[in-house]
Design a protein around this ligand. Structure first.
Ligand SMILES: *Cc1c(COP(=O)(O)O)cnc(C)c1O
Length: 356
C-alpha cells in the first residue's frame, strides 16, 4: 500500500446549494453536491490535498488531457443505511482498479490511504445531499487527468486528481433492449478494455448511436477478433441464466473488471447457485434463446446495479426474455446486495466502509 502522511485541508463553501435543489427528482449525473476534492501531482509527488467548493476548472487549451486523452475515472456509491449512518460500498476495490487504470495509461498511482480519506471526508461533508429512499445514493466520481501545458505526445509530467459527488436515484427505469454487435468493437486484446479510461467511452458512442437509431438501448459487445464471444453490455458487465446456470464471461484484458460483477459472483457462490465464469459464445446464447432456455439476462454495474434485459436482437432475430417476476436469480442477488448496502443484512464480506 502506498501511504502518505498528508493532511487534507478543508475549505467549506460559503453557501450551500442544497436548499435550492430538488432531491426528489434528480436526474442521474446532472446535479453535483457542494464540495469536491482536489490534489495535484508534480515532480513525482502529490501535494495540496484539499476539499473546496464545487467549481469550474481553469485549464490551458494546450492541456494534455484535452488532446490525447490521458484521463481515467471511477464510479462508486455511498449509501444511507437504515440506522441513519452512511457507508461506501467496496471503496478499496475501486481504489485498486483506479491504480491499475493509472498504470495502463502511464499515470501516477494515487496513495491509497489519501484516496480513501478523501472520499470519506467528502461524503461526510455532503452527506446531506443523499436523497431519501431505497433507490437513492450518493454517486462518487473520482478522476485523474494529465495537466501539462504541452501538445507534444508523451506522458504528462503533471496531473490533477479530483473527486466530486452526485445525488442519484434509480438509473434505468425500463428493462433494456440490446443488440449483439457484429461489426464494431469496444475493446481488443492488448488494448485498454480493462482500464476505465475516457477514450474507451468516446470510441463506443458511434456504434451505440447506430444501435439506438435502430431502436435498441445498448449493445452487447463481442470479441474484436471474431465477434463470436459476448463480453459486456453497454458499459456494464453481463450475466445470463441459461437453464438453471448463471453464466458470465471471464475477464482477460478486454473486459472491465466490475465491482458489481465480482460482488454478484461472490453472492452466487455463497448461495451455492450453479455459476460458470468462462467464455460465453454468441452461438450458445442464441441457441438457448431459441430453445426457451435463456431465462434471464442482465447488465451489472454501479450506476444501475442490475439492468434487466428485456429483448436481445441478433441479425434478423429478436428474442423476448421472460417477465421480470420470473428473473429469480437476478432479483434474489440484487436484493441481497441492497440489503447489505442498507444495513438490513449482516455484511459478512466486509464490503461496507462506514464514513459518517
Ligand atoms: C465501470 C464499468 C463496468 C462496471 O463496473 P462496476 O465496478 O460494477 O461499476 C463495466 N463495464 C465497463 C465498460 C465499465 O466502464
Amino acid at each position: 500500500m502506498i501511504t502518505t502522511g498528508q493532511k487534507i485541508a478543508i475549505r467549506p463553501s460559503d453557501s450551500s446549494r442544497l436548499q435550492a435543489t430538488d432531491l426528489e427528482h434528480v436526474k442521474f449525473g446532472r446535479v453535483f453536491s457542494d464540495h469536491m476534492f482536489v490534489m495535484d501531482h508534480a515532480n513525482g509527488t502529490w501535494s495540496d490535498p484539499r476539499i473546496v467548493a464545487f467549481e469550474n476548472l481553469s485549464i490551458s487549451p494546450a492541456s494534455a488531457v484535452l488532446h490525447y486523452g490521458q484521463s481515467i475515472f471511477e464510479g462508486l456509491k455511498a449509501y444511507r443505511r437504515n440506522d441513519g449512518s452512511v457507508a461506501i460500498f467496496r471503496p478499496q476495490a475501486n481504489i485498486a482498479r483506479m491504480n491499475r487504470s493509472a498504470k495502463r495509461m502511464c499515470m501516477p498511482p494515487i496513495p491509497e490511504d489519501l484516496f480513501m480519506e478523501a472520499m470519506a471526508e467528502l461524503v461526510t461533508q455532503d452527506k446531506g445531499w443523499i436523497p431519501d429512499g431505497d433507490d437513492a445514493s450518493l454517486y462518487i466520481r473520482p478522476f485523474l487527468i494529465a495537466s501539462d501545458e504541452y501538445i507534444g505526445i508523451r506522458p504528462s509530467d503533471t496531473y490533477r486528481f479530483m473527486i466530486f459527488t452526485c445525488p442519484v436515484r434509480g438509473y434505468y427505469a425500463e428493462p433494456v433492449r440490446v443488440q449483439i454487435e457484429q461489426e464494431y468493437s469496444r475493446a481488443f486484446p492488448g488494448g485498454t478494455g480493462d482500464a476505465k479510461c475516457a477514450g474507451n467511452y468516446a470510441a463506443a458512442l458511434y456504434p451505440a448511436k447506430l444501435a439506438q437509431d435502430r431502436g435498441v438501448h445498448q449493445l452487447l459487445w463481442t470479441d474484436a477478433t471474431e465477434h463470436k464471444y459476448i463480453e459486456e453490455s453497454g458499459t456494464m458487465n453481463i450475466f445470463f441464466r441459461i437453464g438453471d446456470t448463471l453464466v458470465t464471461p471471464e475477464t482477460g484484458g478486454t473486459i472491465l473488471e466490475g465491482v458489481t460483477r465480482d460482488s454478484i459472483i461472490q453472492l452466487a457462490r455463497r448461495a451455492k447457485l450453479p455459476l460458470e465464469v468462462r467464455k460465453v459464445s454468441v452461438a450458445e446464447v442464441v441457441e438457448a434463446a431459441r430453445a426457451g432456455q435463456l431465462k434471464e439476462a442482465f447488465g451489472a454495474g454501479t450506476a444501475a446495479t442490475i439492468a434487466h434485459i428485456a429483448q436481445i436482437a441478433f441479425n434478423d432475430e429478436l428474442f423476448e426474455l421472460p417477465a421480470l417476476e420470473e428473473r429469480i436469480v437476478a432479483n434474489r442477488l440484487g436484493s441481497e446486495l441492497d440489503d447489505i448496502r442498507r444495513g438490513r443484512a449482516v455484511d459478512t464480506f466486509g464490503w461496507m466502509v462506514p464514513v459518517a
